[in-house]
Design a protein around this ligand. Structure first.
Ligand code: IZC
Ligand code: ZN
Length: 418
């Protein structure tokens, strides 16, 4: 029987399907379905056919992959992509040895981005975020999470979330929105963080009614919110029907990891200072560890999250850029894959699971994205690489040949030939 598809990809050297019935944890992160010489059929924006040969398949359009690697579109499960301004002036401060949290304490850091974001119009924020999303797409990312948190007041937090919603409607990238109103204590509330958290909680009904965010997140850190404050805040968000994410143990080891596990958060992010106990609890609660090694690299720290211990204890790991103007100004998830190999000592197989299947599950999109399986979104990357080992290995550049989003080629490498 012959089947007909809209688009057929043939002559693939390695087809990474990433097919999995759920997030992969521990040893299972080593699993990878590789179809050598595979073919992939797409119809109506969905994966329609996966196989070893195309004898039985007719297609309206064919792409000859000429022996290239094909994978699912990458999923970036932690970004702060909607913001005003930039923070290049902080680089010199960091070089002089002023730590990230000290810059924040002096009213810079996150608070300087808050000032710029408050001043920006919706249109300006939209255009700027759109530019960064275009760049992400060009690097092979087809689904991203986006956090608010540069408003810290009703008006600007809602503005940021509405920009994210517009981008979700109009941009080719799929965007998943998180409310991070509890990202820092604004100068007006320095003496009363509890009151500030109440004000952020008061926005949740409106956020829910307008469907502006699926997740609620908090920055649990020295000088920001304590574990106790975070727990009370997240508990209330959970009661209002939001799934939880947490910036946990990024800089100082406060115990945010244990808190994330005990609240049943969908993910706990950063985890550089996570304790043994915290790691154990993540495995038990099924909370996905979203690691952001690009941030550790950019902050110039020498100790990275303990990915090997996490995998040994059966935790599921996802990787993200943490794209933001302060601690990780990069849209390039391929670079993060290299840093994960070099600094987290993750294997190529673990890394691919972490930027596809597990990343999608970490943002509630596991059933739509992150895998090439019949019926799922046809989000596909064709790479200028012969095999999957090659991407983390050859670092700092863009290996994308073509990005296909919902079955359509949306970005293509431009070849300049004399
Ligand atoms: O703007 O610095 N860590 N939040 C928590 C950030 C980094 C983003 C920023
Ligand atoms: Zn973050």
């Amino acid at each position: 029987m012959t089947i007909h598809v809209d688009l057929l990809l043939k002559n693939i050297s390695q087809l990474l399907t990433m097919r999995s019935s759920g997030p992969r944890s521990g040893k299972a992160m080593q699993e990878l379905e590789v179809i050598e010489g595979g073919v992939l059929g797409i119809t109506n924006g969905k994966i329609a056919f996966i196989g070893n040969d195309c004898a039985e398949v007719e297609a309206t359009m064919i792409i000859d992959c000429e022996g290239k690697l094909v994978t699912p579109g990458l999923v970036d499960p932690h970004t702060h992509v909607v913001f005003g301004g930039s923070r290049e002036h902080e680089m010199a401060l960091k070089q002089q040895g002023v730590p990230y949290l000290e810059i924040l304490k002096r009213g810079g850091g996150i608070l300087s981005t808050v000032e710029a974001t408050r001043k920006a119009t919706m249109e300006e924020l939209y255009e700027k975020a759109s530019f960064h999303l275009d760049r992400m797409l060009s690097f092979g990312t087809t689904t991203v999470e986006a956090k608010s948190g540069y408003g810290l007041d009703r008006e600007t937090e809602m503005k940021q979330l509405r920009v994210a919603k517009e981008l979700q409607k109009n941009h080719q990238i799929d965007l998943v929105s998180t409310f991070l109103g509890a990202h820092a204590i604004p100068l007006t509330h320095k003496e009363d963080p509890e009151q500030f958290l109440e004000e952020m909680l008061a926005l949740l009904d409106e956020i829910k009614a307008e469907q502006l965010a699926e997740f609620v997140d908090i920055f649990t850190e020295t000088g920001v919110f304590t574990v106790e404050q975070s727990r009370r805040y997240l508990q209330k968000a959970k009661e209002k029907g939001f799934d939880l994410k947490i910036h946990a143990d990024e800089i100082d080891p406060l115990g945010g990891t244990e808190m994330a596990a005990s609240l049943g958060a969908i993910s706990a992010d950063h985890l550089v200072g996570a304790s043994d106990e915290g790691i154990q609890q993540l495995a038990q609660s099924g909370t996905i560890a979203v690691l952001l090694p690009g941030t550790t690299f950019y902050l110039g720290k020498s100790s990275f999250a303990r990915a090997r211990e996490m995998i040994e204890r059966d935790v599921a790991i996802a990787l993200a850029t943490d794209f933001n103007p302060g601690s990780s100004p990069t849209e390039n998830l391929q670079l993060i894959m290299s840093i994960a190999a070099l600094q987290l000592k993750m294997s190529p197989e673990e890394i691919w699971n972490a930027v596809t299947v597990n990343a999608a599950y970490a943002i509630g999109r596991g059933e739509q994205s992150g895998q090439l399986a019949v019926g799922r979104n046809a989000d596909v990357v064709i790479w200028d690489a012969p095999n999957y080992l090659y991407i983390p290995y050859h670092y700092g550049v863009n290996h994308v040949n073509k990005v296909i989003k919902n079955g359509r080629v949306v970005t293509e490498r431009v070849e300049i030939r004399e």
